[in-house]
Structures are given as C-alpha cells and as structure tokens.
Design a protein around this ligand. Structure first.
Ligand SMILES: [Zn+2]
Length: 107
C-alpha cells in the first residue's frame, strides 16, 4: 500500500512507471499510425513490393513494441507484470496499474 512505501520504493516506482508509459505510448502510436500509413502508401503510389515491405516493417515494429510492453517488470515484485497487453493488475502480486501510477505521482 502507498502508506508503507519508502522513498527508495517511490523512486523505483517512478522509473518503472515512466518506462511503462513510454512502452505503452509506442504501442498506441504504432497501432493508430497504421491507418495514416496505409493512406500515405496508397497516395505515394509505390511499387507493390515496396508498399508491402513498408507495411510489413511497420507491423513487425508494432509486434516488437507489443512484446516489449508485455516484458515490463512490476515495480513491486520485480516479476513480469503481464503476459498479454492491457492487463490491469500484476499477474504475480496483484499490484494494479492505478496503484503503481499513484505511487509514481507521489500520492
Ligand atoms: Zn507484481
């Protein structure tokens, strides 16, 4: 619980939370960006091979980012937080993302 957390823990939570937000934002940007990328490729009238290569590269980057997000470690127990995207609680210790964010914000 936030009341029992030391200043050192707060630093660890803060670093972990910033790391999580960066990974999550990357996944969101790569996911949402696929649609404008599709329009851009259509507009540029690239060769079929080049178009497919760009799209495949983007999708590979999205999958890599999504995998990276699932590798995020829980700031409380240090184990993998989730084994899939958008898990609200740590699968090992039950810490919720809201609790982790609250500690990182110093509440
Ligand atoms: Zn945990």
């Amino acid at each position: 619980m936030p009341g029992e957390i030391s200043a050192q823990d707060v630093q660890r939570y803060r670093g972990a939370w910033h790391n999580y937000v960066a990974r999550r934002n990357l996944v969101v940007v790569l996911f949402v960006g696929l649609v404008p990328l599709g329009f851009l490729i259509a507009r540029l009238r690239l060769s079929e091979i080049l178009s497919m290569s760009v799209l495949a590269g983007w999708i590979a980057a999205y999958l890599a980012a999504a995998w990276w997000l699932t590798q995020w470690k829980c700031p409380r127990c240090g184990k993998a937080f989730a084994n899939r995207l958008w898990t609200p609680r740590c699968i090992s210790c039950g810490l919720s993302k809201d609790e982790a964010a609250a500690v990182a914000r110093g509440k």
